[in-house]
Design a protein around this ligand. Structure first.
Ligand code: FAD
Length: 467
């Protein structure tokens, strides 16, 4: 343990309600692992905060000692920002309380919540918070970067549904940020990531949703161009209640996939409808008739079942690498390049995710929040997923090669939560017209860049901006 880290442990020992975990403690090994096995780090100390006073004391101690400090909610940062080598991890996993006010359709969620913590509490009142699609993802990292998911078209981004934040800033002060108080911070926290402080509580706006009509289907690779042509033409005119996600991949060896597709290039469809059932059945029928998939299943699912159905696809500890971008249009040759790339994909678990955004998220004015890009409807995430560290190079190379091919067709811009840890030069690109304002707010609230393990908003990144 370095001298500075020992200083932090010493300063907190007598007044910390949570746990102070050192490398020699038996719990340390389990406590320091993060979701992406590719970017594991070994911190010198983990401060598992029990309450807001712990967060304040931890931030002050780390700041005074000048140690590198990572903030961890769910530990799902693809880039591995929620840990660090030799520094301190401020772990919020004990702070997962959620209080729902059904009459106001709001909830207060503590800064360490997973998406599942929020879904479980809000669904007990028949309400939902629009967030991501895997329940073991941390809510804080997701919301602060923006937050997309099944309800994005109907209800907006996660950050669009936050009424107030309570956060500990770099000097240890506890602030509230909402539309009236610290409104500059309220603007920046909706998309600007973990750059401004540790959020200890979110005040969330909820929506009445209990169940969903869901069609899951598989098309063969030979049909990919035809079905994606239909998808790209069809989505701009559908109601907000319809969300249709598509993934290109090698079909897995599971019972839901027809035997002749397994191990071959295929298109996986997830089509969700959040409105009246009769109308939804008509929409799904229309889609399935046009797509003519090799296999399809339509069912009514509880919202909780929807939110957890992908959990096992993205296990903790596997290795992941990603690159992402937006398209204004998805032309034929882009689709063809994506399909062709799967002929050489090194891992059968990798996939090319495609989503059409639009809807409520796109109707929020671009200047209203710090969130990057609401104007490009097609978003892609090239996600490599494998298990063996010996295969790191080939999997990373596959993503980089495909990204280089697609990049000239993309609209500049990227969603910060889908970025890897080697893309610092893309951060100004992610925020484009909002970059200068973010720099000024960062300078006001965190002039020494104490919160720097994130897609970092700092002047030095400006010079390396990529158009
Ligand atoms: P952590 O790794 O814990 O933290 C990441 C960063 O967030 C930290 O470095 C810090 O800067 C910041 N941070 C965390 N907690 C706080 C806090 N309380 N206060 C201030 N800053 C904080 N994104 C989507 O939009 N939609 C999806 O459907 C989606 N699905 C995903 C599924 C999986 C399996 C994974 C791994 C990621 C997914 N993502 C999705 C991306 C996700 O939004 C980011 O990985 C996000 O960072 C995860 O948040 P976390 O709290 O788990 O992150």
């Amino acid at each position: 343990m370095s001298h500075a880290v020992a200083e932090v442990a010493g300063a907190l020992r007598s007044r910390f309600a949570g746990e102070i975990l050192c490398p020699e403690d038996s719990e340390f090994a389990a406590a320091h692992t993060i979701w992406n096995g590719m970017v594991q780090r070994t911190p010198g100390l983990i401060l598992r905060c029990a309450n807001v006073a712990d967060v304040q004391a931890a931030v002050r101690a780390c700041s005074v000692a000048g140690v590198l400090t990572a903030i961890r909610c769910g530990g799902h940062s693809l880039a591995g920002f929620s840990s660090c080598d030799g520094g301190v991890v401020l772990d919020l996993s004990r702070m997962r309380d959620v209080t729902v006010d059904p009459s106001r359709r709001t909830a207060r969620a503590a800064g360490g919540c997973l998406l599942g913590s929020i879904d479980t509490a809000t669904q007990a009142a028949g309400l939902a918070f629009p967030a991501g699609v895997v329940s073991h993802t941390g809510a804080s990292g997701l919301i602060l970067g923006g937050g997309t998911g099944w309800l994005t078209r109907l209800c907006g981004l996660s950050c669009d549904n936050v009424e107030a934040f309570t956060l500990v800033t770099a000097d240890g002060a506890l602030l509230r940020a909402d539309s009236g108080e610290n409104s500059d911070l309220y603007w920046a926290l909706r998309g600007g990531g973990g750059n401004f402080g540790v959020v200890t509580e979110f005040e969330l706006r909820l929506h009445p949703i209990r169940c969903v009509l869901l069609a899951s289907a598989w098309s063969k690779g030979a049909d990919a161009l035809r079905v994606l042509r239909f998808w790209r033409e069809f989505m701009p005119a559908v109601p907000d209640a319809l969300k249709w996600n598509v993934s290109l991949m090698l079909a897995p060896d599971t019972a839901q996939v027809p035997a002749e597709l397994r191990g071959r290039v295929a298109v996986s469809h997830g089509v969700a409808w959040f409105g009246g059932e009769d109308e939804g059945r008509l929409w799904l029928k229309k889609i399935l008739a046009a797509v003519a998939p090799s296999a399809a299943c339509t069912e009514t699912k509880s919202f909780l079942a929807l939110q957890t159905m992908a959990d096992s696809e993205f296990p903790h500890g596997a290795r992941y690498y990603t690159k992402s971008g937006y398209f204004l249009q998805l032309d034929d040759s882009t689709i063809e390049r994506m399909v062709e790339s799967l002929a050489t994909v090194p891992s059968a678990r990798s996939q090319i995710e495609l989503a059409y955004l639009g809807g409520a998220a796109a109707r929020v004015d671009a200047a209203e929040t710090a969130f990057g890009d609401r104007g490009a409807p097609f978003i892609t995430n090239l996600l490599a997923h494998w298990n063996d560290a010996h295969h790191d190079e080939v999997n990373v190379a596959w993503v980089r090669r495909l990204f280089a091919t697609l990049r000239p067709r993309m609209k500049p811009g990227v969603y910060v939560n889908f970025m890897s840890g080697d893309e610092a030069e893309r951060v100004p690109e992610a925020y484009s017209a909002r970059w200068e304002r973010l720099l000024a707010i960062k300078q006001k609230y965190d002039p020494r860049n104490f919160f720097r393990l994130n897609q970092n908003i700092r002047a030095a990144n400006t010079a390396r901006s990529v158009s």
